[in-house]
Design a protein around this ligand. Structure first.
Ligand code: FES
Ligand code: FES
Length: 154
């Protein structure tokens, strides 16, 4: 076992993890943050997307030990003082989800996309989110949600 210490959603956490444990399972099973989903386990679907030191990563491709000393933000860390993050609100208002399984990953990837490019074109949104898969929505409302979030300066 290896001792790691990191910040998760602004809170300092320390834990003993197996060197082979994936970050997504540490978050879900070690910390009980079940909002980060596992869709494929093979880096294809993006359901497990979180922010690692501000950049979006697929947490099924990162070992928990690699997050040692880092800041991790999960979907649970976005809302502040009971207020949804603007990207969460935009997904809600634009009906950008159906079953919702992919949604935490899309929201985190969208937050990262808008940090890098606050005013993306439709093509840039589609390209920026191409690592995330949704089996329900057909993507149209997801793109609209990101455009709406961009308009309010998310
Ligand atoms: S579970 Fe990580 S990309 Fe699908
Ligand atoms: S809303 Fe069901 S997979 Fe995206």
């Amino acid at each position: 076992m290896t001792r790691i210490s990191l910040s998760v959603n602004g809170e300092s956490r320390e834990a003993e993890v197996e060197p082979r444990e994936l970050l997504v399972y540490f978050l879900r099973n070690g910390l009980g943050l079940k909002g980060t989903m596992v869709g494929c386990d093979t880096s294809s679907c993006g359901a497990c997307t979180v922010l690692l030191d501000g950049a979006s990563v697929k947490s099924c491709t990162v070992l928990a030990v690699q997050a040692d000393g880092c800041e991790v933000t999960t979907i649970e860390g976005l809302a502040q003082d009971g207020e949804l993050h603007p990207v969460q609100r935009a997904f809600h208002e634009a009906h950008a989800l159906q079953c919702g399984y992919c949604t935490p990953g899309f929201v985190m990837a969208s937050v990262s996309l808008l940090q890098e490019n606050p005013s993306p074109s439709e093509d840039e949104i589609r390209e920026g989110l191409e690592g995330n898969l949704c089996r329900c929505t057909g993507y149209h409302n997801i793109v609209e949600a990101v455009q709406a979030a961009a308009r309010v300066g998310a």
